[in-house]
Design a binder for this molecule. Structure first.
Ligand code: E4P
Length: 217
């Protein structure tokens, strides 16, 4: 399973990348706003840190403008993935930009039918938003399962990029279902390493090592 970090904070990306857990990055207009940086400048910096795919999202809503923005974003670096919203214009732009050889992440997916259309439009990644479905009392993880079944039924190569991940349990569930990628905030990815019994066991080992005077180097 690939791990993308869902942020435009270059310090957080660098820290997680040094730990070896960053296979790619996703951003969106809200994350760019939070960074306080210019989209072209911060995306370039992220692409210099990370070798894997870096999603940068268009802000236009109409086909022609989306295609123009997508082409401009793609010029930033070879690893830029153009992120397009799941609208009819976005799907049309996906087909055009994918036919030019660009990688596309279709975002804001909330149904299996939307995911089916994205695959037919040639998306490299589909981003179903788990947390935002959970927020309205639907089951985001169920959507990942439905998309996995549909893509496998027809051999679609579009990768399922589970997004809007809020908890470590979301990641476990996505891994069990077979999502290709998860994108999550850095703190959620780091929290995967925590366990109360690890902390308790380590405290005991440290104490016993001190008591026994164990020294290795
Ligand atoms: C995905 O690409 C989005 O950037 C992100 O996962 C949205 O997450 P949120 O619902 O926590 O804003």
């Amino acid at each position: 399973m690939k791990f993308f970090v869902d942020t435009a904070d270059v310090d957080a990306i660098r820290e997680l990348n040094d730990l070896g857990f960053v296979d790619g990055v996703t951003t969106n207009p809200s994350l760019i706003k939070k960074s306080g940086r210019d989209i072209l400048e911060v995306t370039k910096e992220i692409c210099e840190i990370v070798d894997g795919p870096v999603s940068a999202e268009v802000v236009a809503l109409e086909y022609d403008a989306m295609v123009a923005e997508g082409r401009k974003l793609a010029q930033i670096a070879d690893n830029v993935v153009i992120k397009l919203p799941l609208t009819l214009d976005g799907l049309k732009a996906c087909k055009t930009l994918a036919s030019e050889g660009h990688k596309i992440n279709v975002t804001l997916c909330f149904s299996a039918n939307q995911a089916l259309l994205a695959a037919k439009a040639g998306a490299t990644f589909i981003s179903p938003f788990i947390g935002r479905l959970d927020d309205i009392n639907l089951d985001g993880v169920d959507l990942i399962e439905d998309i996995r079944t549909i893509y496998d039924n027809y051999g679609y190569e579009t990768e399922i990029l589970a997004a809007s991940i809020r908890t470590v349990n979301h990641i476990t569930e996505c891994a069990k279902i077979g999502a290709d990628v998860i994108t999550a905030p850095a703190n959620v990815i780091k929290a995967m390493a925590s366990h109360v019994l690890t902390d308790k066991g380590l405290a005991q080992f440290v104490k016993d090592a001190e008591d026994a005077g164990i020294k290795i180097v």
